[in-house]
Design a protein around this ligand. Structure first.
Ligand code: SF4
Ligand code: SF4
Ligand code: FES
Length: 249
């Protein structure tokens, strides 16, 4: 019996400034195969459907279980994680391309550093002084944990930014993931010492006001973060912070 195969079309780009081209590949089907395992097969045996040897495909991946966030790609027109996207659930040929709103490094690998710069800008961390033993941290009650836990599941994949109509050079919008992390760290008993600074960072151009509430982000998030709720809450908090700052001035 002939072996079952899967047809792929992969958008290739040899360097950040090179022109992109689509290349076709055929991969032997395996049970439970996901897109990243198919990319691994192609990278290990880089021969296209014309039988020509080509360069191995470049892509990012690490955990292979939707935890590290590195394998986000546009697969059949949809931003998703290549390691949790099963080939059996996709129409063929399966078209795989890099995220479109991030600079291409090579092939499917993109530079997602804008998200990490945005997280730095809003101080998305709990400030701790590591020079001495602080003892046990403040108590976090179960009700607070229930709010925080879903937000802490963000894997920095950037899918929410890829699908957001407002995330573009014209607006400079930080995107839903950063706003959700502001909610997470502002709710933390130690993290909230930076609450005002975080809210001020989200006021004005590129801040939370840029969101058009199209809600594409919540549909695309592979970890089901409550993004629209976070955006609503932080929009309210930013507005109150701006009003407080105005009255203090
Ligand atoms: S609600 Fe819409 S505009 Fe706002 S962050 Fe999500 S996708 Fe972007
Ligand atoms: S909020 Fe969701 S879609 Fe956005 S970066 Fe985090 S995990 Fe990815
Ligand atoms: S490889 Fe880590 S999320 Fe896909």
């Amino acid at each position: 019996m002939a072996e079952k195969t899967i047809q792929f079309e992969v958008k290739r780009q040899s360097s950040p400034d090179a022109d992109a081209v689509w290349e076709k590949f055929e991969v032997t089907w395996k049970p439970g195969m996901n897109v990243i395992s198919a990319m691994m097969e192609i990278a290990a045996n880089p021969v296209n459907t014309n039988g020509q040897e080509t360069t191995p495909i470049a892509y990012d991946s690490n955990c292979l279980e939707e935890i590290c966030g590195s394998c986000a790609m546009v697969i059949n027109g949809k931003a998703r994680m290549a390691c949790s996207t099963l080939v059996d659930k996709l129409e063929q040929p399966i078209r795989v391309q890099p995220l479109t709103k991030f600079p291409v490094v090579r092939d499917l690998a993109v530079d997602r550093s804008v998200l990490f710069e945005n997280l730095k800008a809003v101080k998305a961390w709990v400030p701790v002084d590591g020079t001495y033993d602080l003892g046990s941290g403040p108590r976090v009650f179960p009700q607070q944990q229930e709010v925080a836990y879903p937000l802490s599941n963000c894997i920095s994949c950037c899918c929410c930014m890829e699908v957001c109509p407002q995330f573009n050079d014209a607006t400079g919008f930080v995107g839903a993931a950063t706003i959700a992390q502001v909610k997470l760290f502002n709710a933390h008993p130690s993290g909230k010492v930076l609450k005002e600074e975080r809210l001020r960072a989200l006021a004005g151009d590129g801040g939370v006001q840029e969101c058009g509430f199209a809600q594409n982000c919540i549909q695309a998030c592979p970890k089901q973060l409550p993004l629209t709720e976070a955006i609503s809450d932080i929009t309210r908090d930013v507005t109150l912070q701006v009003a407080r700052d105005f009255l203090r001035a």
